[in-house]
Structure formats: structure tokens, C-alpha cells
Design a protein around this ligand. Structure first.
Ligand SMILES: C[S@@+](CC[C@H](N)C(=O)[O-])C[C@H]1O[C@@H](n2cnc3c(N)ncnc32)[C@H](O)[C@@H]1O
Length: 259
């Protein structure tokens, strides 16, 4: 079986898979499936960011791949100017509707591989695994270079990513659940250094499938990639409470500074 230039073992039904899956998946159904990733979750991570990236030294923040803006709104309680950027018009519209004032946070649509800014940010944050979506690593390096380019010298960088070792240990190959009257079936597997998820959503008896395919970067790969892009990684945490990173930690949260 060949999908988008790759050969599959044939164990998994990949009908409808596209390398550009991330252009289709992040809409209303994404919000239903990840409803548990809510404001409480965002509040814990925001507290960690505020602790390590002092608002006294940072005014202007880019929430890169901001989704519906759950972190942008919380970051706006600590930092002066927040720009949320995302590719999904649907999620950006949700974020704009949740604003109390038209000015802040400001939400813009763009691709993380080509950021429409010059070096002006004191802090760039990429939160809740909003990286690793592309089918070649050159594009991931391009994102790292874009982040570095839009940061002021000394500016802060934060990336909240999954920990591949933890995912390997805890992978649940199949599951089914109900959320808001919608049946959600999820299949997960690891292949060629990526974590795949096929999500089938059944509304009114009609099933629709989406995919996620996210690159499993090790800590060393991340540190090297960002270092080469001009960002020095200073701390790596394993969870939103600031506990140390290890093979058993659920998250890989990198904090660095533009050189
Ligand atoms: C897992 S969601 C996380 C959203 C948000 N950071 C949060 O924590 O709720 C990943 C986000 O990346 C965005 N995204 C995917 N590909 C993108 C791209 N090429 N450029 C910009 N944003 C992208 C999606 O639209 C989605 O909102």
C-alpha cells in the first residue's frame, strides 16, 4: 500500500490519509475530541511559562499555532501584547469571538513555515504539540528558523511537546468513547518515527475519519535543531508542574533563549 509517497505495512486502513492532514483536522471536531484539553490544563502551563519567562522582560508574545486561543487569553493576563497565529480559520474565528476587546489578543492566519513578522517578539510559545506535522524534517527545521528569526536577541522560546518514550510505553492502540453525543473511535500506532492516530467520528450514524501524524523527536534532536536555528535550550521539563524531564515524563517542555 502506498500513501503520499510512503509504503505502509497494510495493517492500518489509511484510506483518505493526506500528508497535509493538519489542514483538515483542526476544526470543530478537533475541539470535541480534545475537549479535556481545557483552560485548567492551559492555566498550569501558563503558570510555568510566566515563572521562567519574566513578564518584566517580555512585552510582546507570539502564541504560535494558538488554536482557539486558550493560552493566548491566559498569557494576556501577564504580558502586554499577544498575537495568536494559526492556520485554521475555524479555530481563529472561535478565538476572535471569545475576545472581550477587538485589540487584544490579536489573531492572525498564517503558516508557521512562513511567519509574517520581522524580529519583534520577546517570547514565542508553541504549545500542546503544535509542531512535527510535516512529512520531511526540512520543514520542521524551517519552522525552527522562522521562530528564531522573529525573536529579539535574548528573547524567550517555549515548546510544549509530547515525550516519545512515554507515548511508546503508554500507547493505547484502540479506544472508543462518547463526547457531546458524538461517538469517537481512535486508533493509534507508531511507524517510521511518527505517532499516527486515526480518529473516526460518528454523528447521526455517519462516520468521518481524520488523521494525525506527528514526528517523534527525542530531546537531543529538539535541542540540536533549535540550537542550529539560533536558540539555546536552557531547561527541559517533563510536565506542566515543572518536574524534571525523564523517559517516564508525559511531556517534553523546552525553554530557551535566542542567541
Ligand atoms: C494541537 S493544536 C494546539 C492548539 C493550541 N496551541 C492549544 O493548545 O489549544 C495544533 C494547532 O496547530 C495549528 N496548525 C497546524 N498546522 C499549522 C501550520 N502549518 N501553521 C500554523 N498553524 C498550524 C492547527 O490549526 C492547530 O490549531
Amino acid at each position: 500500500m502506498k500513501v503520499s509517497g510512503k509504503h505502509w505495512s497494510g495493517i492500518h486502513n489509511m484510506d483518505g490519509y493526506k500528508a497535509s492532514w493538519y489542514k483538515e483536522w483542526f476544526g470543530e471536531d478537533y475541539l470535541t475530541v480534545y475537549k479535556h484539553r481545557d483552560n485548567d490544563d492551559a492555566r498550569r502551563l501558563t503558570a510555568l511559562i510566566v515563572h521562567y519567562c519574566s513578564p518584566k522582560k517580555a512585552d510582546t508574545v507570539l502564541d504560535l499555532a494558538c488554536g482557539n486561543g486558550r493560552h493566548s487569553f491566559l498569557l494576556a493576563q501577564h504580558y502586554k501584547h499577544i498575537i495568536g497565529l494559526d492556520l485554521s480559520e475555524h479555530l481563529l474565528e472561535r478565538a476572535r469571538r471569545a475576545r472581550k476587546s477587538e485589540a487584544c489578543p490579536c489573531f492572525v492566519r498564517a503558516d508557521m513555515r512562513q511567519l509574517p513578522f520581522k524580529g519583534r517578539f520577546d517570547l514565542v510559545a508553541s504549545l500542546f504539540t503544535s509542531f512535527g506535522y510535516f512529512d520531511d524534517d526540512g520543514q520542521h527545521r524551517r519552522v525552527a528558523e522562522e521562530i528564531s528569526r522573529v525573536l529579539k536577541p535574548g528573547g524567550f522560546f517555549v515548546m510544549d511537546y509530547f515525550n516519545g518514550d512515554y507515548v511508546k510505553r503508554h500507547l493505547v492502540p484502540e479506544g472508543e468513547r462518547m463526547m457531546d453525543g458524538v461517538r469517537i473511535r481512535e486508533k493509534r500506532w507508531i511507524e517510521e518515527g511518527r505517532v499516527y492516530k486515526k480518529i473516526t467520528i460518528e454523528k447521526n450514524g455517519r462516520p468521518k475519519s481524520f488523521y494525525e501524524a506527528v514526528r517523534m523527536f527525542s530531546r537531543e534532536e529538539m535541542v540540536t535543531m533549535f540550537n542550529r536555528a539560533g536558540i539555546e535550550i536552557r531547561h527541559v521539563f517533563g510536565d506542566y508542574d515543572g518536574s524534571p524531564f525523564s523517559a517516564r515524563a508525559p511531556r517534553m517542555i523546552l525553554f530557551g533563549n535566542k542567541k
